[in-house]
Design a protein around this ligand. Structure first.
Ligand code: CO
Length: 347
């Protein structure tokens, strides 16, 4: 997984505010724009309408943007991608059968790391030990590369997110797993230049029923989302089924982090939001490869970034769960490139 934060809608929120101020400054949009240029004024009106459409019914976006303004790089990247998107639709690469075969290999390797690490996830083990075991396996057995290591300065080979940690938890010698914990282990490997990205939840010893329920419902969210993937479906359909199922169970969907296109890069377009409206967004086509990785909170959806610059936690301190797969849209549906051997995915 390793979702890089760059939700365009957030900067659309910022743009909307800027445009609104501009319109007010130039006489509520009724007077000609700068230098009396009507063309400019018209295009500004169009953009304003688009920004308003993006925002309609989603007041939290403004709130979210304030929280995210803390990260300069994030703001820069999101503004850039937003402006690009306003000018031209995002081109999404369609993979050839040969590329998909390579991604199948990378996906299988990532899944195998999870299969390998499962018996090690026990009370008393440190997340650092889990990281070392995965690192050695990926490098020495699989002859592959752990993608998170040194990615934008990330210091470890896997992400380990325990209990209230939503994602991007950094493995540590002092973080010892104890009975009752829930942990997400997120693996991304690079093999022959192609990426495979997957994560799963593990229960550490005996776990409280409410935590098990969160873990199960989050996995159902992922499976329901996978089941809607086929040519002609839309990205909004994916977000919609996840949000509907999570909220029906009185949970919330994390907004700031999303799934992503994947291939010869860790993160490509499109962004795959885990909430949204059915029938909206990009139309899926055979050959697209992307991840779906819902992060579902037991309490509110708000997040906070810890001082280490990576670890994302729930703001209310309640539990969070996440499951992730890398998928390929096929001619008649979907192929899960990171399916584990014992996994039955209801399609
Ligand atoms: Co990912």
């Amino acid at each position: 997984m390793f979702v890089f934060v760059y939700p365009r809608h957030i900067c659309r929120g910022a743009l909307y505010i800027i445009f609104t101020l501009l319109i007010v400054a130039t006489g509520n949009g009724k007077t000609p724009g700068i230098g009396g240029n009507n063309t400019l004024d018209l295009s500004r009106r169009k953009m304003r309408r688009r920004c308003r459409l993006e925002l309609s019914g989603d007041c939290h976006l403004v709130e979210t943007s304030v929280a995210c303004l803390r990260r300069r790089e994030f703001v820069y990247n999101s503004r850039l991608s937003c402006l690009t998107d306003l000018i031209a639709p995002v081109p999404v690469s369609l993979k050839t059968p040969d590329e998909i075969a390579r991604m199948r290999v990378a996906g299988r390797l990532a899944a195998e790391v999870l299969e390998m690490i499962a018996p090690h996830v026990e009370p008393g083990v440190s997340t650092h030990e889990l990281d070392s075991i995965c690192h050695d396996y990926i490098v020495n057995v699989q002859k592959a590369i752990p993608a998170p290591l040194n990615y934008r300065g990330f210091p470890k080979s896997i992400c380990t997110s325990v209990n209230q940690v939503i994602c991007h938890g950094i493995p540590s010698e002092t973080k010892i797993l104890k009975k009752g914990d829930i942990i997400n282990i997120d693996i991304t490997v690079i093999k022959d230049g192609y990426y495979g990205d997957t994560s799963q939840m593990f229960l550490v010893g005996e776990v409280a029923p409410h935590a098990i329920r969160l873990v199960e419902v989050t996995q159902q969210c992922l499976y329901r989302a996978i089941a809607v993937v086929k040519p002609g479906a839309r990205l909004g359909d994916i977000g919609h089924v996840i949000q509907t199922h999570a909220e029906k169970n009185h949970y919330s969907v994390v907004r700031e982090y999303c799934g992503h296109g994947i291939g010869t890069e860790f993160h490509q377009d499109p962004q795959v939001l885990h909430y949204g409206r059915a029938g909206t967004g990009m139309v899926l086509e055979a050959g697209m490869t992307f991840t779906i990785e819902p992060m579902i909170n037991a309490g509110r959806h708000h997040t906070k970034l810890k001082k280490d610059g990576w670890t994302v936690e729930t703001r209310d301190g309640r539990l969070s769960a996440q499951w992730e797969h890398t998928l390929c849209v096929t001619r008649d549906g979907v192929e899960v490139l990171t399916a584990r051997q014992d996994e039955i995915i209801p399609l």
